[in-house]
Design a protein. Structure first.
Length: 132
């Protein structure tokens, strides 16, 4: 750890760098800068980027629009990882180029599953009973 660096400032830095990487990747994908048929035919949201404490690894969570062809989109991103890493390294000023790892963002699926469970009549009845 650097001198005068607290865990709080370190975590803020990780969040800030992760957000910069997310913006750069979103921009690259939105502009169609990756020459890949699958990526050209899908809108892809970069929902979150989590940086490792040493900033050498970035876990990139993505979701294709409407969740269509998720596996094909992930495969295309993984195929083009070297290009994306070079572009991120050039646009985000860091000491080392972060290695990118692409994963599907399951949080939307989990959220809709929880919402579906909460709307179940049995659960709604139990929730109403506990409020009394």
């Amino acid at each position: 750890m650097r001198q005068n660096e607290t865990p709080e400032t370190r975590s803020v830095r990780l969040l800030r760098v992760g957000e910069q990487v997310r913006h750069v990747l979103s921009d690259i994908l939105a502009r169609g800068e990756v020459h890949d048929e699958v990526l050209a035919s899908h809108m892809v949201s970069v929902t979150e980027v989590r940086m490792s404490p040493d900033l050498r690894h970035a876990t990139v969570f993505v979701k294709p629009l409407l969740g269509k062809d998720e596996e094909a989109v992930l495969k295309a991103l993984r195929t083009n990882t070297a290009y994306l890493q070079r572009e991120v390294a050039a646009r985000v000023k860091m000491k080392y180029a972060a290695r990118l790892k692409f994963l599907a963002d399951e949080s939307f699926d989990e959220g809709s599953h929880i919402d579906q469970l909460l709307r179940d009549p049995k659960v709604a009845r139990d929730l109403e009973a506990s409020e009394d």
